[in-house]
Unconditional design. Structure first.
Length: 181
């Protein structure tokens, strides 16, 4: 279990990395610039992380854990579950935008749509109407299409509401599934 000092140090490092990633890709972030931004020394950084990539992985894991907790806690199904997820993303828009622009698209989309709550939702809508091979392709199509919509929505500062985006995604999912039946 981490003590308060460790949690504060890690939080400072995470905030510093997210700030740096707003203006430069992860490959350009150095441990020196990260430590300078966080106002800690490099020895402290290396005590907890081997590289900025490890820190980014932890940040990503933290955000996905929070999203999953939000979805599980609300225990909402259907479009209400998606609206809850989108509201959560909107509340942390700046940080999710940084993560989406930093992490490889395919990995990020897969991780987002593999969250148990979202996976159950997709399985419910895709159902058993299609052959096994088709279900996998349909899931892939919906995941990456939905991710592209969410990514574009997060890039806007004053875009549509979470409800509007959820309705759009659900309409597209329903139309996709109906077209393949």
């Amino acid at each position: 279990m981490e003590n308060q000092r460790i949690r504060i140090t890690k939080k400072m490092l995470k905030n510093a990395l997210m700030d740096l990633l707003e203006n430069q890709p992860i490959g350009k972030v150095t441990v020196y610039s990260l430590c300078e931004k966080a106002e800690i020394n490099r020895t402290t950084f290396y005590k907890y992380y081997g590289s900025p990539y490890e820190l980014l992985d932890e940040i990503e894991t933290d955000y996905f854990r929070e999203l999953e907790h939000c979805l599980t806690e609300n225990n909402e199904e259907g479009s209400n579950g998606l609206v809850s997820a989108l509201c959560f993303l909107e509340g942390e828009r700046k940080n999710w935008r940084v993560l989406i622009n930093t992490v490889h698209d395919e990995e990020f989309a897969q991780r987002l749509f593999d969250l148990p709550v979202i996976r159950r939702l997709l399985d419910h809508y895709i159902g058993n109407a299609q052959k096994e091979g088709q279900r996998d392709y349909i899931r892939l199509f919906i995941c990456h299409g939905g991710y592209a919509i969410i990514r574009q929505w997060l890039k806007k500062d004053n875009g549509e509401s979470p409800e509007e985006i959820a309705d759009l995604i659900f309409t597209l999912v329903k139309n996709t599934i109906q077209a393949t039946e």
